[in-house]
Design a protein around this ligand. Sequence first.
Ligand SMILES: NC(=O)c1ccc[n+]([C@@H]2O[C@H](COP(=O)([O-])OP(=O)(O)OC[C@H]3O[C@@H](n4cnc5c(N)ncnc54)[C@H](OP(=O)(O)O)[C@@H]3O)[C@@H](O)[C@H]2O)c1
Length: 150
Amino acid sequence: MEELYEKGLCKSIGVSNFLISHLEQLKEDCVITPHVNQVEYHPFQRPQELVDYCRSRDIVFEGYCPLAKGEALTHPTVIELAKKYGRTPAQICIRWSIQNGIVTIPKSTKAERIEENCKVFDFTIAEDDVEILNGMHDGRHVSWDPSFIV
Ligand SMILES: NC(=O)c1ccc[n+]([C@@H]2O[C@H](COP(=O)([O-])OP(=O)(O)OC[C@H]3O[C@@H](n4cnc5c(N)ncnc54)[C@H](OP(=O)(O)O)[C@@H]3O)[C@@H](O)[C@H]2O)c1
C-alpha cells in the first residue's frame, strides 16, 4: 500500500479495526501513518481513547456499523430522542456520530432508507443529549472484537 501511495496510484491508504497497540506496532513496520482507521462506532461502542489517539496522529476515524446493525434503533433512549427531534432513530445515531467528529458509513439495501440516512445535516442534537447518547457505551460489539488480535 505504501508503494502504491508513493507511486501516486492511491490518494489515501488506511487500516481497519486497528487499536492503539496495533497502530503503535505499525510505526515499526511502516513509514506512512495510515490516513484512515475504520473501526466499529455506535452508541454501544464508543472507543474514545482510540478516537483521541487517531486525532492526535491525524488519522481519520471512520466509524462502521453506526446503527449497531439496527440494534441501536430499538433502544428506548434513541427512540425518545428521535421523537424529541422529530427524526428517525437512524438519523439520531448518524447525527450523533457526526457531531462527535466521526466519519460515518451507515448501510442500507433500501433506497428510501439511504435517503433518510443522508438527511442529517439540517438539525443539531443539543450537547446534553449528545452526552446522554455518549453514556450508552457498554463496550458491546455487533461486528467483532479486534482486541484479541495481538
Ligand atoms: N471494517 C470492518 O471490519 C467492517 C465490519 C462491519 C461493517 N463494516 C462496514 O460498515 C458499513 C455499515 O455496517 P453494517 O451494515 O454492518 O451496519 P449498520 O449500518 O449499523 O446497520 C445496517 C442495518 O441497519 C438497517 N438500516 C439501515 N438504515 C436504516 C434505517 N434508516 N432504518 C431502519 N433500519 C435501517 C439495515 O437494513 P436494510 O438494509 O434492510 O435497510 C441493516 O440491517 C458497511 O459499509 C460495512 O461494510 C465494516
